[in-house]
Design a protein around this ligand. Structure first.
Ligand SMILES: Nc1nc2c(ncn2[C@@H]2O[C@H](COP(=O)(O)OP(=O)(O)O)[C@@H](O)[C@H]2O)c(=O)[nH]1
Ligand SMILES: [Mg+2]
Length: 238
């Protein structure tokens, strides 16, 4: 594998029905625009064989598979993906085809041209949206966003699709509670205000099951408290 320009990290748990299509779509989108890339699948030993399917594709696609032995939710897997990224620019996306890979080249261009250090694949800017969400899911998503509004001006602060120049990790103590690693970077990252939202239409997963529940909700609330404390203590640290 040539030295990649972009590493795409994907946390997975039981995504056997989605992983092959996703790898092909990510690869095609980036290859068409000549962007050298690697795809890192971080799987928590899914019983449905997600990791084996991804490993079998490594002969034909620039895929690496990292298997974690313990199931710990997407957060630690995302951090592993970032740690393993060989390229100067990293991207995290879900493994259930909710996040359209076709916008990867445009998100990358914003970083390459120096216009952004962090790009959010955003459902809540003009041109973005969600498909097939029931009213209660929209309501909970809205509530989660409202709770975090004082932390960052980003509209889609709970987004799981984000790309960044790894320079934003310099001097930043990144240790999120739960899976909102993007929010952690929006608040604590060394992005120098260069944060952009790129519109995406989020497609509800067609196959497999959502693994989100009360555990991640509880972790999100604790994460918000931690970030608030961090933010308000900042003047005293400097
Ligand atoms: N490695 C790892 N990935 C996970 C775990 N739980 C969920 N994921 C992945 O995290 C991403 C988001 O999870 P998903 O269930 O789609 O959440 P939802 O979109 O909020 O319903 C998907 O790619 C999942 O496969 C886990 O325990 N370990
Ligand atoms: Mg999902």
């Amino acid at each position: 594998m040539d030295q990649p320009e972009l590493s795409v990290g994907i946390p997975t748990y039981n995504e056997a029905k989605n992983i092959e299509t996703l790898i092909v779509r990510v690869h095609e989108a980036l290859k068409q625009r000549g962007i050298r890339h690697e795809i890192i699948i971080v799987d928590d030993s899914s019983p449905d064989g997600t990791a084996q399917l991804a490993t079998a594709m490594a002969d034909c696609y620039p895929v690496r598979v990292y298997v974690r032995t313990k199931r710990e939710g997407p957060g630690p897997a995302i951090l592993d993906g970032i740690r393993l990224a060989a390229a100067p620019v990293a991207c995290i996306m879900d493994g259930d085809l909710s996040h359209p890979p076709e916008v990867l080249p445009e998100m990358y261009r914003l970083i390459k041209e120096g216009k952004a250090r962090l790009v959010i694949g955003s459902r809540h800017v003009k041109g973005g949206g969600t498909s097939q969400w029931m009213w209660y899911r929209k309501f909970f998503s809205w509530g989660a966003r409202m709770l975090g509004r004082f932390l960052t001006p980003v509209n889609d602060l709970t987004a799981g699709y984000f790309m960044f120049d790894k320079k934003i990790l310099d001097g930043a103590a990144i240790n999120p509670i739960g899976c909102k690693v993007g929010l952690e970077l929006m608040v604590k990252g060394n992005h120098q205000g260069k944060v952009t939202e790129y519109p995406i239409v989020f497609h509800e997963r067609a196959a497999g099951e959502s693994k989100m529940g009360w555990r991640e909700t509880r972790l999100y609330l604790r994460h918000l408290v931690n970030l608030a404390l961090w933010k308000f203590a900042r003047p005293f640290r400097q």
